[in-house]
Design a protein around this ligand. Sequence first.
Ligand code: PLP
Length: 428
Amino acid sequence: DISLSPRVSSLKPSKTIAITDQATALVQAGVPVIRLAAGEPDFDTPAVIAEAGMKAIRDGYTKYTPNAGTLELRSAICHKLKEENGISYTPDQILVSNGAKQSLLQAVLAVCSPGDEADYAGTIGHHSPVQLISTYGITYILQVIIPAPFWVSYTEMARLADATPVILPTHISEDFLLDPKILESKLSEKSRLLVIGTPSNPAGTVYPRKLLEQIAQIVAAHLRLLVLSDEIYEHIIYAPAIHTSFASLPGMWERTLTVNGFSKAFAMTGWRLGYLAGPKHFVSACGKIQSQATSGACSISQKAAVAALGLGYAGGEAVAAMVKAFKERRDYLVQTFGELEGVKISEPQGAFYLFLDFSSYYGTEAEGFGLIKDSSSLCRYLLDKAQVAVVPGDAFGDDTCIRISYAASLSTIQAATDSIKKAMTALK
Ligand code: PLP
């Protein structure tokens, strides 16, 4: 009997990765599966960025970099955050990591841990999180508040930090936007971190500034609460939606850990580069974790990232061309699925996913397959019958829906949509 840490036993493996792997295995076995499960742009990294990476190799820029990232890149990130997001940071308030995933995990690990309420009740009254940690050495408030549908890793990161994920439901009829009243009702002394992803994965929800201001008011009244703002899809947004950085709201700079990265907007998933920006106290704590776990991110990728930020406001024309293609696909999907009976749709305002409510089909049967009872059986059915790989909503905390990634060419999406519609109409 080889025993494992309880930390691992309670952890769920990423379903999006599992389904993508399953679909890839089917393709390798000769089954013509259309893969719409992955969260990865189908475009190549823009040539100028790739060339900067190649130049770094040719120049022998292949050694360790500082743990926090090169000063050149951190300065470029500060410039970007100021110009595009209206938030002021200095390079020592930036930590560059191997992907936004690492940035998020380190942030959760740095501020959450198990704890006993009795340990802090009464002692910490009205101090800010910074004072709490620096004065009392207390780093363990217990809950990570996560609106659903959520990106699969938020809940598991909370579990890795021995904290409790607390899920706040939202509804498709309200475009999956968080109701501030529900937030307020769930917050307590134990609430440590509120995770906001905008634009969101899996629903493409973009939080309007007004709603973020309402949330900020609630956060301001809960002094121990920090906000982890995941802005990785910020550039993949469809007018008239506008991205607002939580840290730019009045009073929220001190309370926000902003995460962003290069994977999505710049089609740089394999380069593994993301970053955290926030008050130095927290960023240094995350840096400490990183220094013992992975050290500075890839030197070559950092040179490429400097070139990416050099493309201009919001990634310039190279990014605009990708966003235009994503928008065409979104429009096609929304229109086509809108014609299918019994489907509920909230038009995504950003990212490259459609989160469709197919729950009116639950309880139906497919010949030779059996009962469709939930999002998982529906996705298995679609893989089997339509040969399209999509992700069940239960992976994102909402079993009524499935997630279709439209990071694929329009013709691939058209073929997949035809197949899915045919498979759905065969259900009785
Ligand atoms: N945040 C969200 C919402 C994501 O969808 C992803 C990637 O799928 C990430 C963060 C992590 O991105 P990366 O680690 O590639 O920078």
